[in-house]
Design a protein around this ligand. Structure first.
Ligand code: ZN
Length: 134
């Protein structure tokens, strides 16, 4: 188990997932070497739940990081299987990561799958899709 897997496994303990019992941890690694960890944070009002990936990304962005700074995203789910980011998270990943950035998804059992952002987000909706004011 490499150091990132160990870190993700440790972070899983911080997941607040009393409703789904589906803990998730995420780690954003930036080009300057800084790291931002996140976990899923659920809510009795389910729609207020936030995924681990977005918590980690938002921590980086709120610290001043922008597209081009975020280089890798690592995600671990506690179900025993490898999970991939939901589509809300994929939209957020597309906003803040370059299409050739790496997304690595881990199980707690040593399995992992590696993707490029372009693979997870093949037809992204971005700022260029917004209508321009006339
Ligand atoms: Zn998500």
């Amino acid at each position: 188990m490499d150091i990132i897997e160990k870190r993700l496994k440790e972070e899983l303990k911080n997941s607040y997932s009393p409703y789904s019992h589906y803990p998730v941890s995420a780690l954003v690694i930036c080009s300057d070497g800084s790291e931002y960890a996140g976990v899923n944070i659920e809510n009795a009002s389910y729609g207020a739940t936030v995924c681990a990936e977005r918590v980690a990304i938002f921590k980086a962005v709120s610290d001043g990081k922008r597209k081009g700074d975020l280089k890798e995203l690592h995600v671990m789910v506690g179900s025993g299987r490898v999970g991939t980011p939901c589509f809300l998270c994929r939209q957020t990943i597309g906003e803040f990561f370059d299409e050739d950035a790496d997304v690595v998804c881990y199980s707690t059992e040593g399995d992992k799958k590696e993707f490029k952002v372009r693979d997870l987000c093949p037809f992204p909706f971005g700022s260029e899709d917004l209508m321009q004011p006339v």
